[in-house]
Design a protein around this ligand. Structure first.
Ligand code: FE
Ligand code: CA
Length: 523
């Protein structure tokens, strides 16, 4: 099926060290008319096209969604906006041509929030697509497309979504998003590492693209890094195409961040800067408004009675990472009953929600490996201590809960590890014959780690050390899922290279899960 695609500017010819895409929106903007708007509100003068970071929607409910944009004529230099509030008009229409406007309003973009705009659109019809657009001064944004969820009482027969993670800008091109945009999807989950905080020192000449500046510490630095990432035209187009449901991992703040353990004044200040910049650049609801170094990321979304999604935050409340995150056997610290990856409050919220869920499929959208994967080939054992394996008590609580409470079809979506996996989550990983109580699909990175191919010997060793692992692959890409009441299907979609643009897409493996049977069947 061929979908209408948002136009990628003709002048976008990705090349080394190129920020060319930041200026190309200018030419495209002229193609979009602002005919759905009434009179211009205010008359700010921008030094350049203010919508260079695109538009986005997110967190859909049955009667609406969030729409986002940010005014930034000079996106890589703090935004280039005057230190004053600016009126931004918005419209939501029933058609792509923006002629049947059903909602409109004016938001205020303030310097405090780097002239970002988050509008919670309400009062729309359930289970249908809409289009939206912004206008400030005489300039209009591109048109974005978003959809509402079915009503809670609806019984949808199908849902399609993709999930992605880990998009280090300097490691490669976002070709995967170019292909993702051609799929017929209802929404996208981003499971974190939307940006990377690292410096590029020394700047390595063989990187396909480059970060600039030091490792991120200040609000201004985090903002400029988000802006750099958001200038990518394929990322922008995917945001404009469907709503995104985002959560963070560690690199939105810093590598291996464990929020409950890293609480010096400097760490809290850095975290507050990182969280604020994250909020400013994501289509998040008001409930996520950061309060200093705290931000509400875990939340729940429903797609009728077909699927209930629990978006988790396994970073903010995480206690100290045992053994510096090394791949080691589960010694004392990994078994510490005081150790937690979710924190008590989030766990109680999750168990309460799962316990009362009417969803046919109950999906955890989260960050790090839940399966206890032995990553060290051969006799010796090694489990990544910065994943659920470093927090064994929390993992057992989780798997015991879904088993004992007979939670309907639990499925875990995971990012972080820059490779593809399909795991059966057995209740007791110390007993290989323990029954599977849930399934886990782990998605590879969009670009992080650059060009790699699966090492067949590594794959065989992982399979023989971990009988519950049904698939492992080491290419870049994303994962797409189709859910019906009786069947879940997952496709691992990969590109052979990201070091240059234009890689074709392949489905490297497909798995199905039959409702009621938490087993992976190769399709
Ligand atoms: Fe990553
Ligand atoms: Ca081993």
């Amino acid at each position: 099926m061929e979908l209408p695609l948002y136009r990628i500017p003709d002048t976008y010819k990705p090349s080394r060290r190129s920020f060319i895409c930041t200026t190309t929106s200018l030419a495209v903007a002229a193609l979009w008319s602002g005919k759905g708007f009434g009179a211009i509100t205010g008359n700010p003068k921008f030094s350049a096209y203010p919508f260079q970071l695109g538009v986005a929607s997110g967190d859909p409910v049955a009667d609406g969604f969030v729409i986002w944009t940010r005014l930034a004529p000079k996106p890589l230099e703090g935004g280039g906006m005057p230190m004053e509030p600016i009126a931004v008009d918005w419209i939501v229409a029933e058609d792509e041509g923006m002629s049947k406007v059903v909602r409109k309003g004016t938001a205020t973009a303030t310097p405090d929030w780097v002239h970002s705009v988050h509008v919670e659109v309400e009062g729309l019809q359930p289970n249908r697509w809409y289009w939206y657009q912004f206008k400030a001064g005489g300039e209009v944004s591109q048109v974005g497309r978003a959809r509402t969820m079915p009503l809670a009482s609806d019984k949808p027969d199908r849902l399609r979504f993709a999930f992605a993670s880990c998009q280090n800008y300097s490691h490669g091109f976002y070709t995967a998003y170019d292909h993702m945009a051609r799929e017929d999807l209802d929404f996208v989950f981003h499971l974190g590492d939307y940006i990377y905080e690292q410096a590029e020192t020394p700047v390595s000449a063989d990187r396909p693209r480059q970060h600039f500046g030091p490792a991120l510490k200040t609000l201004e630095q985090y903002r400029n890094r988000f802006a750099l990432y958001k200038t990518d035209p394929f990322l922008q187009r995917m945001h404009a195409q469907v709503p995104w449901i985002v959560t963070w991992d560690d690199h939105e703040t810093w590598n291996d961040m464990a929020g409950a353990a890293e609480t010096t004044a400097a760490q809290l200040a850095r975290r507050a800067a990182a969280y604020k910049a994250y909020y400013e650049h994501m289509p998040l609801r008001r409930i996520a408004l950061p309060r200093g170094p705290e931000m509400q990321m875990y939340r729940r979304l429903s797609f009728g009675n077909l699927a209930e999604f629990f978006v988790l935050d396994t970073r903010q409340f995480k206690t100290k990472v045992p053994y510096d995150g090394k791949h080691v056997p589960q010694r004392k610290d990994a078994m510490d009953p005081q150790g937690t990856i979710l924190g008590d409050k989030q766990r109680e919220w999750l168990f309460d929600g799962l316990g009362r869920s009417a969803g046919r499929w109950n999906v955890l959208a989260q960050q790090v490996l839940m399966g206890r994967v032995d990553l060290v080939n051969g006799e010796a054992d090694g489990y990544a201590m910065n994943t659920w394996s470093g927090y064994e008590v929390d993992r057992r609580r989780m798997l015991d809960f879904v088993a004992e409470r007979k939670i309907s079809n639990p499925v875990v979506l995971t990012g972080d590890i820059h490779s593809n996996w399909a795991n059966e989550l057995i209740r007791d990983f110390t007993r290989p014959d323990s029954p599977s109580v849930a399934t886990e699909f782990v998605g590879t990175s969009i670009s992080t780690k650059g060009d790699t191919v699966t090492n067949p010997a590594r794959r065989e060793a992982l399979y023989s050390d971990n009988p519950f692992v049904k698939y492992y692959g080491d290419e870049r890409g994303y994962v797409s899922c189709e859910i019906t009441p009786d069947l879940w299907k997952t496709d691992y979609r990969t590109v052979a290279y990201v070091s240059k643009p234009g890689a074709p897409i392949h489905t490297n493996a497909s798995f199905v899960v039959e409702a009621g049977k938490p087993r992976l069947i190769r399709a």
